[in-house]
Design a protein around this ligand. Structure first.
Ligand SMILES: [Zn+2]
Length: 455
């Protein structure tokens, strides 16, 4: 456990006990106590430390892994000797295996599926970690509770053709999460058939969302968004959805010490084509976990760990029944996902193009890989003083000097910057680019993310 977390937990529990004492001194505000945010589980600090030492699976540090690589890493962790069973459910559009893995002898059936969108790999990494935790730590009290009370069913990396291209859709171009009704894709059919066969009590729909999302109208990026999906247009809350909301509160209790203020709620408009919604309609208490972004976590390794801890918290609450009665208000009060902030604003430079007057402009850049800041294109140019971006570089006093991308077929004369073109320019103290202090060549150089201070 990091010192920071230990400190956070300490502060959190001190605040908690102080608040409890204060309440006891007053006259019986019983309902307020019942509605309070539940404290983090008492095992959290120890499991956090165990994760770093003996749970995190090696060789999944690059989030663009192929499905074959994921199975080469995770498959050996899920053997019969460790209590796992595996079957092939079917094949993807391009013939890659769709495998169902299960573990546990209990009566509470849980179905978890990941990477329905091929470029949303965070939870798949966490599921490999979960396999290792379940298989290598059979005496751990949580593992014992889970084994006794739950049967965990996994459909990991369920869009392998999308994963191999690191793209959202499957090989046929179908968005599998808009195919829950039509079942046109083999991937959707596999998940649907498995759910119909198992009739699980709980479902976990594991995704990644755009990293630019803010939590409500705060400037905080959403690290994780949660949703207990609606099962009808009226967005009613029946007993099954109420259970899903309790599980979401249990997850929030785990995450709050790490990313408080960066947890959001996904919009619960009913979508009759989406798996979460239709799984909820089938009577399964379903929770959507969307991993967003944390600045400085380009391969989502921190988010991977938070996914693992969140899933363990949720599953343990299911096993023990401790979710019962957790206050819905602590779910409802989560801010919804708000604005999506663009990736990078270069503010206040002077555009220097040969033969043209200099112009003071701001530049907005979006990246194909926002956390890695790779594949930049110009999103806008001009007066962007009102725009808020995930990151801002102050270019006051510098010239913006565009240059041609390598291999550009036709050299522009002069080279200009226009929306939807690749972002290639220098920031220079000299209008002809002779005294360069920073360069964006499509990708940000990770060793020099911004001009040195005092350039
Ligand atoms: Zn998704």
């Amino acid at each position: 456990m990091s010192r920071f977390l230990a400190f956070s937990l300490l502060i959190f529990s001190l605040a908690w006990s102080t608040a409890s004492t204060a309440r006891e001194a007053e006259t019986a505000p019983v309902s307020a106590t019942a509605e309070a945010m539940p404290p983090p589980p008492d095992w959290l600090g120890a499991l956090d430390a165990l994760y770093d030492a003996r749970v995190r699976v090696a060789d999944l540090e690059d989030r663009t892994f192929s499905p074959e690589h994921w199975w080469a890493v995770a498959g050996p962790l899920a053997t019969a000797a460790r209590g796992f069973r595996t079957e092939e459910l079917g094949r993807s559009a391009e013939g890659r295996p769709l495998r169902h893995v299960w573990w546990g002898r209990g009566g509470k059936r849980v179905l978890l599926w990941s990477q329905m969108h091929g470029d949303e790999s965070t939870a798949s990494m966490a599921l490999a970690d979960l396999f290792r935790f379940l298989g290598e730590h059979p005496g751990h009290p949580i593992v014992r509770r889970l084994r006794k009370s739950t049967a965990l069913h996994f459909l990991p990396v369920m869009n392998p053709d999308g994963a191999v291209r690191f793209q959202r859709r499957n090989a046929q171009g179908i968005d599998v999460n808009r195919d829950a009704r039509a079942l046109a894709s083999p991937e959707a059919r596999a998940l649907h058939a498995l759910r119909e066969r198992l009739k699980p009590a709980f479902g976990f729909n594991l995704h990644d969302q755009q990293v630019g999302y803010r939590a409500g109208d705060s400037g905080n990026g959403t690290a994780i968004a949660l949703l207990a999906p609606a099962f009808n247009e009226a967005r009613d809350v029946d007993a099954s959805r109420a259970r899903a909301i309790e599980i979401a509160v249990a997850i929030r209790a785990v995450l709050e010490p790490y990313i408080g203020g960066h947890i959001a709620r996904w919009d619960d408009t009913f979508n009759p084509r989406a798996f979460g919604d239709l799984t909820a309609r089938a009577g399964v208490s379903t929770v959507l976990i969307e991993s967003g972004g944390i600045q400085g976590d380009p391969h989502k390794q921190r988010l991977r760990k938070l996914n693992f801890l969140a899933l363990v918290g949720a599953l343990d609450a299911i096993a023990s029944g401790a979710h019962a009665g957790l206050p819905r208000a602590r779910y409802d009060e989560l801010p919804e996902n708000g604005e999506v902030w663009p990736d990078l604003l270069v503010a206040g430079g002077a555009l220097a193009l040969p033969g043209q007057p200099q112009a003071r402009v701001d530049l907005l850049i979006d990246f194909a890989h926002p956390l890695l800041e790779r594949g930049g294109t110009i999103a806008d140019i001009g007066d962007l003083a009102d725009v808020r971006a995930r990151r801002t570089i102050d270019a006051t006093g510098l010239y913006i000097v565009p240059f041609d991308p390598p291999g550009a077929a036709l050299r522009q004369s002069p080279r200009t910057l226009a929306p939807d073109t690749p972002a290639y320019f220098h920031l220079s103290r000299d209008p002809r680019g002779r005294d360069v202090v920073w360069t964006l060549a499509g990708d940000v150089d990770p060793t020099k993310p911004e001009p040195a201070s005092g350039y």
